[in-house]
Design a protein around this ligand. Structure first.
Ligand code: HPA
Ligand SMILES: [Zn+2]
Length: 351
């Protein structure tokens, strides 16, 4: 499946309208931006043996049946990342896509445990990602933040150990490292498993988010709010199965960071036309559009916007609401939020 095959009839004016909209991305795993070309180049540079002979063979393997089938390939791919320069190049490549898609601000997940368990220093991970983000900030005004995420298939003790290893770096990265997230295999790993470590992170003043309601039930969304005290829910699409939860999310204005192409590739939905994004939005939820792991799911931000705009016949009003939500749901300081929202308004007025 290609993006072109699912957006065959988009009006050219809607496409250019989406392309020009200033946006924020709030759900992006930096390891999920590792394109097969860079993955092969890093494997060669670091002498890592891959299970696939060619880039085409690897790309052809990106045919997932569920979250776990993706995670197996995603963790295997991340094994080519070994040096600070590798993390820098991967992040710089993602920023390049942001510029083409007019993503003005990105809050980026990274999974230290994927790397530390292979013997890579946590300082190497922070340093490479941060160097690319700071360079883009200083040379192009690109705004960003880092959200360190715990892998939920591992234990809470391992999450605590990761936090302890990262804390000495906090001051050095205080301009970027603002939050804590929770990702990886959702089913069977409920939010409660990480109650104590999230409590500690909250005491430390981090902004908190968690994946919930992607494959897991609506109860996981509720528990992420009540037990982990997160401010945003990553995915959250299964919240629709629980009307009381939907009413609460709308009332509290809890943002959902929805990832349409991810949901399609991981069979959370069978067709983009069946995606509930428009229903969630029209029910009053603060829905945002994001790319999750774009190298694996077939598209960056604009491709995600275009895919849902076409399949769900979104109006310009809907699309503007989604981009407005992306800035409002961000962890940007209020003044920066208002500056970006002003730019968004100016763009829309000029159309
Ligand atoms: O979509 C996702 N869900 C859970 N864990 C992940 N890690 C990378 N992407 C994802
Ligand atoms: Zn995700």
């Amino acid at each position: 499946m290609t993006i072109a095959s699912i957006i065959p009839t988009l009006a050219p004016d809607l496409q250019s309208f989406i392309e020009g909209l200033p946006k924020a991305e709030l759900h992006l795993h930096i390891e999920g931006t590792l394109e097969p070309e860079l993955l092969f180049a890093l494997a060669q540079r670091n002498q890592v043996k891959l299970a696939y002979a060619t880039i085409e063979e690897l790309r052809a393997a990106y045919d997932f049946s569920d979250l776990q089938s993706f995670l197996d390939l995603y963790y295997a791919g991340a094994a080519v990342l070994q040096t600070e320069q590798d993390f820098y190049e991967m992040t710089a490549a993602y920023i390049f896509h942001c510029q083409s898609d007019n993503v003005r601000h990105a809050e980026i997940f990274f999974d230290p445990q994927t790397h530390t368990e292979r013997g890579i220093g946590i300082d190497v991970v922070f340093a490479g990602i941060a160097r690319a983000l700071r360079e883009a900030r200083d040379t192009q005004g690109f705004s960003s933040a880092m959200i360190m995420s715990f892998l939920r298939h591992l234990s809470e003790e391992e999450a605590f150990a990761t936090l302890e290893a990262a804390l000495p770096l906090r001051e050095q990265y205080q301009d970027l490292w603002i939050g804590i997230g929770l990702d990886s295999a959702e089913r069977g790993n409920p939010p409660e498993k990480f109650a104590k470590v999230f409590d500690r992170c909250r005491q430390l003043g981090f902004r908190l988010v968690a994946h919930a309601g992607e494959e897991g039930p609506p109860a996981y969304v509720r528990d992420a709010l009540d037990v982990l005290h997160v401010e945003r829910i990553d995915h959250g699409v299964r919240s629709e199965e629980d009307p009381a939860l939907m009413a609460r999310l709308a009332k509290q204005r809890t943002p959902l960071t929805v990832c349409p192409l991810s949901n399609l590739k991981l069979c959370v939905v069978n067709n983009m036309a069946d995606h509930n994004l428009a229903r969630l939005l029209h029910a009053g939820l603060t829905v945002t559009i994001n790319s999750d792991d774009p190298a694996y799911f077939g598209g960056y931000m604009n491709a995600n916007y275009l895919a849902v705009a076409t399949a769900l016949r979104l109006s310009r009003v809907d699309i503007i609401a989604l981009t407005r939500n992306s800035f409002e749901a961000s962890f940007l300081p209020e003044a920066d939020k208002q500056r970006f929202l002003g730019e968004l308004d100016a763009y829309c007025m000029a159309q």
